[in-house]
Design a protein. Structure first.
Length: 265
């Protein structure tokens, strides 16, 4: 039996064909325009990536039993609806329905980092663990929780949103509408903004040398400048580490997991 796994990101969608043992058979990636209407994005770009991945695997769509799709946001798994995705500004989008109309096969949805968590549970760093929590660091900060070898999603399929643990009630506004979430303080855009602010004050000459200009400063250039000893860049990373540490302490105090897995890209 072959299945397709899909990861919908802010700029690209990746699709992979696998067997039930997790062996990769084919893969494809497509650019998406997240400002396009949802139905077009899903039926053109996402379905296109799925068809290309199936073709790369040397298969036909009729040989695929199901599609599993991870996407950022609050997901109603039972109805196949994206309740809200801040990345796409989607509200109550029937994602599964749109894809099923295009592909003529079952489609199942899950939050993207909960999907990542399931992958770690069955094939990765969590395969020998009874309980763990997952943090995925990147443009946002997502999470997932496994207890007794089961992914736990809570009453409304929103459990595990560790990126929205409040660590500074007076902190910056987060995309979720709250203030001081770990995502608003320690995700890649926040790190880049902190670097730009330090450079604008003349506090980070090493960061300017690495990036070339204030506008070119990103989390990656802050990391590189910190490795080269720039004091302002190092101070930013120390703050980021402190925010993440506070969030991890909250997770440990609440769940007592065997391990905390940290990933991202």
């Amino acid at each position: 039996m072959q299945v397709v796994g899909v990861d919908l990101g802010g700029t690209h969608v990746a699709a992979a064909v696998m067997d039930v043992q997790g062996k990769l058979l084919g893969r494809a990636e497509e650019f998406i325009n997240r400002h396009e209407v949802p139905k077009v994005t899903l039926q053109r770009d996402v379905a296109g990536a799925i068809r290309n991945a199936v073709h790369q695997a040397g298969l036909e769509l009729k040989q695929i039993s199901t599609v599993g799709m991870g996407l950022p946001g609050n997901i109603d798994r039972a109805r196949g609806i994206c309740r809200y995705s801040p990345n796409f500004r989607w509200h109550d989008v029937p994602v599964a329905q749109f894809l099923e109309e295009s592909l003529d096969m079952p489609v199942h949805l899950l939050n993207d980092v909960r999907s990542h968590t399931l992958g770690e549970l069955h094939f990765g760093a969590g395969k020998d663990l009874n309980s763990f929590a997952m943090l995925a660091l990147g443009t946002g900060i997502g999470g997932g929780v496994v207890l007794d070898r089961r992914l736990r999603e809570g009453a409304h399929s929103a459990g595990g949103e560790v990126g929205h643990i409040t660590v500074d009630p007076n902190g910056p506004l987060c995309g979720c509408g709250n203030h001081g979430c770990i995502e608003a303080l320690a995700a890649a855009p926040a790190i880049g903004r902190a670097g730009q602010e330090a450079a604008a004050k003349g506090e980070a000459p090493g960061l300017i040398r690495v990036a070339g200009s204030i506008d070119a400063i990103t989390a990656a250039t802050v990391a590189e400048a910190a490795e080269h000893g720039d004091p302002a860049a190092r101070a930013i990373w120390e703050k980021v580490g402190r925010w993440l540490g506070l969030a991890i302490c909250a997770i440990i105090g609440t769940l007592d997991p065997e391990k905390i897995l940290v990933g991202g890209k």
